[in-house]
Design a protein around this ligand. Structure first.
Ligand SMILES: Nc1ncnc2c1ncn2[C@@H]1O[C@H](COP(=O)(O)OP(=O)(O)OP(=O)(O)O)[C@@H](O)[C@H]1O
Length: 555
């Protein structure tokens, strides 16, 4: 950080601290306690806290979905632009204009107010009006904080949750919101603080009736006319309340202070804003927090019998394997590929960068819509645009693993592996027991209680393999699963996957001939979105197609 940045910070602190000092210099300390404990002060403070809390809850209920839509889209662009403008409007408008707008809508003679008045419902000049005014001005703080956090994160974790069987709503609760927690906390505090300090819209729309709509800022304004000493004392009270709220939020788990402590310990931040913790391949990121080597060694503190720690034999019989027949047409990406795998067969897909390999498996797993063609797994048609058939990703029974293990950072390894079974309706106890078994099978026994950031890249990848297999998938999609591992770990993991792939139908994308030799039954070569060779491994190795395939084999 350049040194002058600190001076800018000091100037800003002076700008904020000096007025506070000015305020403190005006306090009548002899009367201070009596002034802040007066009945009117108590009533207005209590109303402020209650209404701000209600406004914050309203903001969360409306603001979280709005932030998701703004960040992730899913509605027409023009509607999106209108929503964004509406959200920003209260930030730009003077609050008094907001108050006038609210009274013109919900007042006795307003657009909506006049419609509900015959039913005896009056909104203006009530506590409800206070809450509405506070929500109106405060909600944008929540929406903008969350939208920023969501935009800076990829959706990879949500995609994993879907392929593990979570519905979009379950993925939102189990993955998106927990990962968003630090930003959610910050946004909630900002919203509460803004609601607490709200004045202009409130006095215009709700008036200043003691116990009904006279919040603390309004009481301060009133006292300014009557007794300057009381106004100063109540201002100090408001400053204290705001400071306590910010301090509590700052220290809360996942808050800024907690994140700084984590960073000092060398662990990646838990913030949803931290891209390194969400998109970088864990196996290649040097992580000072890594304390365990990728040698299937047990956690020192967890006594587990060595015999139980690593058992790479696939003791769970795969469900009856089914064949895959996929014709994938993605017009915009100029991809037209026919990919078939017999029941229990592993098909390696190779091709140069940009050939379309990842797009093909995105389409098979249900993360990308087909433009034409058909995907069939066993007797089930998964995708057939002509027949308007489309099975969503979470109901396809397809496991997927890429080079980044993408273990959910807020769950320990046991809970990560149990995730798919939980989504399938298994009880927590049952799913965790199965997860322990799968971790042992994949050589990660004893690591159930570790968080992903507390294990090595290789161990994380083993756990990701366990998580994928624990769902009993009908098809496995392996997308360069060893690309991020070092030369020592890769062969061990290859062996592990070979043991567990036997008898399963699988598609493997790879740039490594060793993967083809160890894992594949057949090879499909894709170049520029088209299949240029489809042959059994022996035939492919003996006579690779000219071009990419020939240089891949080294002939
Ligand atoms: N999100 C996207 N939107 C539009 N086009 C895309 C997108 N992602 C990839 N493409 C295009 O689709 C084509 C196939 O890309 P894809 O990532 O499937 O190739 P790949 O064979 O997996 O490459 P690599 O080996 O580099 O991962 C490329 O032309 C690429 O530019």
């Amino acid at each position: 950080m350049p040194g002058w940045v600190r001076w800018a910070g000091a100037l800003l602190a002076a700008l904020l601290a000096l007025p506070l000092a000015g305020l403190l210099s005006q306090v009548d300390w002899a009367e201070f306690w009596a002034l802040i404990t007066s009945r009117s002060a108590f009533v207005s403070l209590e109303l402020s806290l209650r209404s701000s809390l209600a406004a914050t809850i309203c903001s969360l209920i409306i603001g979280v979905p709005v932030a998701l839509v703004l960040a992730r889209g899913g509605i027409p662009d023009v509607v999106l632009k209108v929503v964004r403008t509406l959200v920003l409007l209260p930030l730009v408008l003077p609050p008094v204009v907001g108050g006038i707008a609210l009274i013109a809508t919900f007042g006795r003679r307003g657009l909506v107010g006049s419609l509900v008045l015959p039913f005896g419902v009056e909104i203006g000049f009530t506590t409800l009006a206070v809450i509405m005014a506070q929500t109106f001005v405060a909600m944008p703080f929540l929406v903008l904080t969350l939208e920023g956090a969501l935009r800076s994160r990829s959706t990879d974790f949500e995609a994993v949750a879907l392929t593990l069987g979570a519905s979009p709503t379950r993925a939102l609760w189990a993955v998106t919101l927990p990962l968003l927690w630090p930003s959610l906390l910050t946004g909630t505090v900002l919203t509460f603080a803004r609601a607490l300090g709200e004045f202009g819209a409130t006095i215009t729309f709700a008036g200043s009736l003691e116990g009904v709509s006279r919040t603390l800022p309004l009481e301060i304004y009133l006292q300014r006319e009557i007794d300057q000493r009381a106004a100063v004392a109540l201002s100090i009270l408001l400053v204290i309340v705001a400071t306590v709220i910010v301090a509590i939020a700052y220290q809360a788990p996942g808050g800024p202070a907690a994140n700084r402590r984590d960073r000092r310990l060398g662990a990646p931040a838990r913030s949803g804003l931290d891209e390194a913790s969400t998109t970088a391949p864990a196996a290649v990121v040097p992580d000072r927090a890594i304390t365990v080597r990728d040698d299937a060694a047990p956690h020192d503190a967890v006594p587990v019998s060595p015999a139980r720690l690593s058992d790479t034999k696939p003791s769970a019989t795969p469900t009856d394997p089914v064949p895959l027949d996929a014709h994938i047409v993605l017009t915009e990406r100029d991809i037209d590929v026919r990919l078939r795998a017999a029941a229990g067969e592993t098909v390696a897909v190779i091709g140069p960068n940009g050939a379309g390999k990842s797009s093909v498996i995105d389409a098979i797993s249900g993360l990308l819509d087909l433009d034409a063609g058909k995907i069939q797994l066993g007797d089930t048609v998964l995708d057939h645009p002509d027949a308007r058939v489309r099975v969503p990703a979470q109901r396809r029974g397809i496991a997927r693993l890429g080079q980044n293990p993408l273990l959910f950072p807020h769950l320990d390894l046991g809970a990560n592996v149990a995730f798919g079974q939980r989504m399938a309706g298994k009880s927590r106890r049952e799913a965790l027991a199965a997860a322990t078994t799968w971790l042992i099978r994949t050589g990660s026994g004893g690591l159930d209680r570790r968080l992903p950031r507390e294990v090595s890249g290789g161990q994380a990848q083993r756990a990701a393999i366990a998580r994928a297999l624990a769902t009993s998938p009908r098809l496995c999609l392996w997308d360069e699963p060893f690309a991020a591992l070092d030369v020592e770990s890769a062969p061990r993991q290859r062996e592990l996957l070979a043991a567990h792939s036997r008898g399963r139908t699988a598609v493997l994308i790879t740039h490594d001939l060793a993967d083809v030799r160890a894992l594949a039954d057949r090879v499909v070569v894709i170049e520029a979105g088209r299949v240029v060779q489809d042959a059994p491994v022996v035939e492919f190795l003996a006579a690779p197609a000219p071009g990419f395939a020939a240089s891949f084999v080294g002939t």
